[in-house]
Design a protein around this ligand. Structure first.
Ligand SMILES: [Zn+2]
Length: 511
């Protein structure tokens, strides 16, 4: 009998992923992602860093109470206060894990912790011991492990195992290691640590050199059995190991690795879209597995050849990762049932509350556009999120422009209290309609945002395709992104810009 080994998928989208600039999420948004992660069948959800702030505590606590199935985990430093907070946040869920960490590299000891090696050893041992009093399932991470002296790292890991850790996670915190070297580190630890057989070794990588997935796979080959990763690889700086890439590598090269995961890979694409919609962090077109171009035969030109000899070019099928494939196009006469069926086929969950507004949007779009494609439906569903509280909503927008005189915009916005606000018409020289619209929004909402980036791309194909605009702004030293979708690109711009302002408002509420 040939039983492949299971790789535990530890998702940290809600903890490490959320630390990506501009990716902070509200409680409702986190909960929505937690539900999607559960449906995806991840083994562990790291729901946040409970001691970081009351908001973080509440998020971890709510997820622990509401999500049944996966292990719910939270991060804690090796101190009594953090560990107590972690315990309080997780208490309600019998399937919980406390994850304690302390930095171990020379450079962190010297410049961050100002601690001697003996003190770090003691902190690791006592941190695990303390967590163990509250919870059987304890994970320990020596931060910056990849830059830690091997002998000292072995000592620290021994201390953590001694104290009762059940998972030992080895992070490449700064994305510095390379695959062969990292594999050797795992070999070293598994060979040299006492009682290494009693714990599960885990890997946590960052993508600063673009090697996070390769490094994680190297660690698995050297004996690690848990991968820490995020949806779309979001995370600080260049991000974390991408969940979808690791899982599809293991699945596609099953014979080579002899591993399996519990992930329902057909949920990868919808989960990726959900996370990118909530965080406003767009997935690059050429991103492996979930990028628009990942299955290039999507383009009409390639279709004929691909249909005949798909396997000549395809190592994975788009269906395997949940990219819907149907020739049926919905339109004006499609009813609620046809709409709902397609939403489900595309792998999205839609609540009863969301169905009505989503179907209304669909009808509105069908009036403006002859054929409604899967990507249009996806955009509707992701924007129908009622868990988001929007301070401002677009009521009406009129613009006109001319190359000789500039542009003007008339704008009406509705505030959350129900009041409608109108912009003063202002004719501006030497600026286009988008600029006028943004100025009108600033005027009404009282914001003055520094625009960093404005991107536009088409959601589907054809002359009447919807345009999706992504804007990035800086406010108070923090980046915010938002996107908007419409058949009218100026309206898309207005929606994207408003989403940014709503995001800023939500973030203010949170702090
Ligand atoms: Zn990290």
């Amino acid at each position: 009998m040939n039983q492949s080994k299971e790789v535990i998928i530890f998702d940290t989208t809600l903890r490490d992923g959320e630390q990506a600039p501009g990716c902070s999420m509200t409680l409702g948004e986190k909960l929505k992602i937690a539900h999607a992660l559960k449906d995806l069948n991840v083994n562990v959800i790291e729901a946040g860093f409970a001691a970081a702030s009351p908001g973080d505590f509440e998020a971890v606590n709510t997820i622990a109470k509401e999500i049944e199935g996966p292990t719910i985990c939270t991060l804690a430093r090796c101190n009594p206060d953090d560990i107590e907070q972690a315990h309080k946040a997780l208490e309600a869920n019998p399937n919980r894990r406390i994850h304690v960490f302390v930095a171990t590299s020379e450079i962190h000891l010297k410049h961050k912790l100002n601690m001697a090696k003996e003190e770090v050893l003691k902190a690791a041992y006592e941190g695990v011991k303390m967590a163990k009093e509250f919870c059987d399932n304890v994970e320990f991470s020596p931060e910056d492990a990849s830059r830690t002296d091997h002998d000292f790292l072995t000592e620290v890991v021994n201390a953590a195992i001694d104290a009762g850790a059940t998972t030992i996670n080895i992070p490449d915190t700064v994305g510095y290691t390379i695959p062969y070297e990292f594999g050797e580190l795992f070999n070293h630890l598994i060979t040299n640590c006492e009682n290494a057989d009693n714990v599960i070794f885990s890997v946590h990588c960052h993508d600063d050199l673009g090697l996070s997935v390769a490094n994680s796979l190297a660690a698995l080959e050297s004996g690690a059995r848990q991968v820490e990763c995020t949806i779309n690889g979001i995370g600080e700086r260049a991000g974390n190991t991408s969940l979808e890439e690791v899982c599809m590598a293991v699945k596609t090269r099953k014979e080579y690795f002899d591993f399996h995961t519990s992930i329902d890979t057909t949920k990868l694409y919808p989960t990726s879209r959900l996370v990118s919609s909530i965080t406003g962090m767009h997935v690059p077109r050429n991103k492996a597995i979930v990028g628009d171009n990942a299955f290039s035969h999507e383009a009409g030109i390639h279709q004929h050849g691909m249909l005949r000899h798909a396997s000549t070019y395809e190592i994975m099928k788009p269906q395997d990762v949940g990219i819907g494939r149907s020739n049926l196009v919905l339109g004006k006469h499609s009813g609620r049932h046809a709409f709902l069926d397609r939403v489900k086929e595309l792998g999205f969950e839609i609540s009863k509350d969301e169905l009505d507004p989503a179907f209304k949007e669909f009808k509105k779009l069908a009036d403006r556009k002859k054929e409604i494609f899967d990507s249009d439906i996806e955009a509707i569903v992701l924007n129908a999120d009622t868990s988001r509280l929007n301070t401002w909503e677009l009521v009406d927008l009129e613009t006109s422009s001319g190359s000789s005189w500039g542009a003007l915009a008339d704008l009406k916005l509705r505030k959350i209290d129900g009041t409608v606000h109108e912009s003063a018409t202002e004719k501006r020289r030497s600026s286009g309609p988008i600029d006028s619209v943004f100025n009108a929004i600033n005027q009404i909402t009282g914001y003055n945002l520094e625009l960093i980036n404005f991107e536009i791309h088409s959601v589907s194909v054809g002359e009447d395709a919807q345009g999706e605009v992504t804007v990035t702004v800086n406010f108070d030293g923090q980046d915010y992104r938002g996107h908007g979708v419409s058949t009218d690109i100026i309206e898309s711009g207005a929606l994207a810009y408003l989403e940014v302002i709503n995001r800023i408002e939500r973030n203010r509420e949170r702090h």
